[in-house]
Design a protein around this ligand. Structure first.
Ligand code: PMV
Length: 335
């Protein structure tokens, strides 16, 4: 059968400077706290979707990092897309149906704590909006991306530096841009230490977050931390910004490690990089470390420091790949 339409969506992953962890409403994917992130220029998903009139056609192929060939999606991967279809249809008040064939390719390792779900699901939300022949304003497209189940996908929709207000209702819990990509010349240097898929999904992690004895105190502290972070961003105070984001990464992983069951995403190699970053700062190379739900480290620095940082880490055998990201635009239809 011939597709009646084919479109391509390009979407970035994002790295959170303030992490969302724990959901007040898992069904609606409503977070407990505000979060703040930057879209990543070199960690992206390109999703090509063909639309068919026969709505029984539902298929997907995935091309992984550094692979030449597409592979069929697993049942679990396809199921997440299929589960989102009726959610999107309802949200968009759509009456028509469509079949789809998706080819998704990633410029970075999947499910290794580099927010591959954010780039994929934000692209999917955009693609289904087109499939159901609707146009949403950016804030509501961000809500739709959140409803995919990957909350951080909401932050990949707007451009550049993105804030997600937690809020308590579904329509108002969306992300919006606090600054364009060109507004600040900072970079995210991803040190890939491990390309293996993480063993525990972030969904299970969110569910257990409140079991940490430190969860409540993190929520209380985040009130001042989010305000200070916003101020540091607005005044482009990189030292304050970096100090806050590195502390936040450590606090976030302290919650993970103390929830029940505990989540140990960091490895010894992750800790070694955090120590290296402290040493680099002492040597006058200003940079700060953060991680997502994974072992790989994101080093945040001013663009002028990239060469020094990369040449330092290039010498370390345990680093498989280095990916340099500038702040990037959000989700776009490119053809
Ligand atoms: O996007 P989700 O719902 O799978 O949750 C992931 C949340 C973190 O990536 C761990 C943190 C964040 O704010 O990006």
């Amino acid at each position: 059968m011939k597709a009646y339409k084919t479109v391509t969506i390009h979407s970035p992953a994002n790295i959170a400077f303030i992490k969302y962890w724990g959901q007040r409403d898992p069904e609606l994917v409503l977070p407990f706290n505000d979060s703040f992130s930057m879209n990543m220029s070199a960690c992206t998903t390109e999703l090509v979707i063909e639309f068919f009139t026969d709505s029984s056609i539902q298929q997907m192929e995935i091309k992984e990092f550094q692979k030449d060939q597409y592979r069929p999606s697993t049942e679990k991967e396809l199921q997440k897309v299929q589960t989102f279809y009726p959610v999107a249809k309802k949200f968009l008040n759509a009456e028509s149906n469509f079949g789809f064939s998706i080819r998704s390719s990633n410029s970075f390792p999947l499910k290794a704590g580099i927010a591959s779900s954010a780039s994929f699901f934000s692209a999917l939300a955009y693609a289904f909006m087109i499939g159901f022949e609707k146009q949403l304003p950016e804030d509501q497209l961000s809500v739709l991306a959140r409803l995919t189940g990957s909350g951080s996908a909401a932050r990949s929709i707007p451009d550049g530096f993105v804030w997600w207000n937690a809020r308590t209702s579904s329509e108002t819990s969306y992300a919006y841009s606090l600054g364009k990509p060109e507004d600040w010349d900072i970079v995210d240097i991803v040190l890939v230490l491990n390309t293996q898929e993480k063993k525990v999904s972030s969904q299970a992690g969110h569910r257990d977050a409140p079991s940490s004895p430190y969860f409540q105190s993190r929520q209380e502290q985040l009130i001042t931390v989010t305000a200070a972070m916003k101020k540091a961003f607005e005044s482009r105070d990189f030292t304050q910004f970096g100090t806050l984001l590195e502390q936040e990464a450590i606090h976030f992983h302290s919650i993970l490690m103390t929830q029940t069951p505990p989540l140990f995403y960091w490895s010894g190699k992750t800790l070694d990089v955090f120590r290296d970053v402290v040493d680099l700062r002492a040597a006058g190379v200003e940079c700060y470390a953060t991680t997502d739900a994974g072992e790989n480290v994101h080093i945040i620095a001013k663009e002028s420091m990239v060469d020094q940082i990369v040449s330092f880490f290039n010498k370390k055998a345990e680093i498989e790949t280095i990916i340099i990201n500038k702040p990037a635009p959000g989700t776009r239809q490119i053809s």
